[in-house]
Design a protein around this ligand. Structure first.
Ligand code: LRH
Ligand code: MN
Ligand code: MN
Length: 377
């Protein structure tokens, strides 16, 4: 538990909302530097959130080395770089899948710019999500768009520096409603297999049809060495981006169980990242809460009696196998995690410690005119 690493997203610290309303909050960051200050608070309280993902151009700065140095002073690193090829008029019909070669070239140029930014920020991961898709049957050729996508991905792969990798995130709907160009793990997996070792699938827990068995996808990708990481969040209906573990803590446990079972927890290759929007709740404590929820699910997964489970599975003892899993899930791990935090020199109650610190009040007083996370106006 002490060595777990959970990456928080810069965009979760900015104002966000739905397409109906953005509720501006007091004290939200005005630039990338202030987002990093907030991310550093989450790490200071939890001890397990030592990096922050950036979204470009939302976090564009003149000097990334300066941003990196600032993060370093605050005790954190710059994590995954997320290009943004979905918010310009040119992308109405898609980015790298667009029928117009000039638009495709523009999108690719941005992806390659992000590869360069990785060198300046020290980021090892390029996290790709494409909003590309179709609203109407017949609008464009589905296979032609797959070919255009593959071409862009190859060009990006060929430019990645040593020790760098690309993650491909899928989502079955939104903003396209008829067909999305990377709708599911199968499509992402097929592209990543073609691309080779430097490409893996990113599972955003909010990007599936309701009722999808996400832990099955996780187990399968892990067995093929193609699970690159997560965007954890929770959802009741669609891509709700609520706090991880809030809507369905049992699902989060089932996912972490597959990771632990595969021995992939210690493997730094599976990135635990959060991708959330705190529309109505205060953002820094919500992020701390999310980190704690991921920790709790992980601790429970580590408590599964693996020997008893595999014995019951071998013997076809359905009820015992299920009971072994449920015993772990139903254990209250909060006292154990509090102890671990004390061991690490942290306050056992990170949310309370954050409130006591006065940080929230200070940023509310000091930061006037906070930036929007990127959309929702
Ligand atoms: C798309 C998504 C993707 C984006 C982020 C802001 O829904 O999950 O990861 O980069 O939201
Ligand atoms: Mn995501
Ligand atoms: Mn999403």
């Amino acid at each position: 538990m002490k060595s777990q690493r959970i990456e928080t997203p810069s965009w979760a610290y900015g104002n966000s909302g739905t397409r109906f309303k953005v509720f501006a909050q007091e004290g939200v960051p005005r630039d990338a530097f202030e987002k990093i200050e907030d991310a550093a608070q989450v790490h200071a309280r939890t001890g397990v959130a030592p990096s922050v993902a950036l979204h470009i151009p939302w976090d564009r700065v003149d000097d990334y080395a300066e941003l990196r140095a600032y993060a370093g002073e605050l005790g954190i690193e710059l994590g995954a770089i997320n290009p943004n090829v979905f918010q310009e008029d040119d992308y109405r019909l898609g980015s790298v899948c667009n029928p117009d070669p000039a638009v495709r070239a523009k999108a690719l140029a941005h992806l390659l710019e992000c590869v360069e930014i990785m060198e300046e920020t020290g980021s090892r991961t390029l996290s790709l999500w494409f909003a590309d898709g179709l609203n109407y049957p017949g609008q464009d050729s589905i296979p032609a768009r797959q070919d255009r996508l593959a071409e862009a991905l190859v060009a990006v792969r060929d430019r990645l520096g040593p020790g760098r990798r690309m993650l491909l995130e899928y989502k079955f709907f939104e903003p396209a409603f008829y067909a999305t160009d990377v709708p599911d793990w199968g499509t992402a997996y097929a592209h990543c297999v073609e691309l080779g070792d430097g490409a893996q699938v990113l599972v955003d827990t909010g990007h599936h049809a309701p009722g999808t068995n996400i832990e099955f996808i996780v187990a399968l990708l892990l067995s093929r060495g193609k699970l690159g990481g997560f965007h954890f969040n929770s959802r009741f209906y669609a891509d709700d981006d609520l706090m991880a573990g809030a809507a369905d803590p049992f699902q989060l446990f089932r996912i972490t169980h597959e990771i632990v079972r595969a021995g992939a927890l210690e493997d730094a290759g599976v990135a635990f990242m959060l991708d959330q929007c705190h529309n109505i709740e205060p953002k820094v404590p919500a992020m701390i809460r999310s980190v704690l929820n991921v920790q709790e699910a992980t601790a429970k997964a580590l408590l599964v009696d693996a020997d008893a489970l595999s014995r019951a599975q071998r013997e076809g003892d359905v009820l015992t196998a299920n009971a072994v899993l449920m015993d772990a899930y139903n254990t209250d791990v909060r006292p154990l995690l509090a102890e671990i935090r004390a061991d690490m020199g942290l306050d056992p109650d990170p949310v309370a410690a954050y409130h006591r610190s006065g940080y929230g009040k200070r940023i509310a007083a000091e930061r006037v005119g906070g930036a929007q996370a990127g959309w929702g106006a």
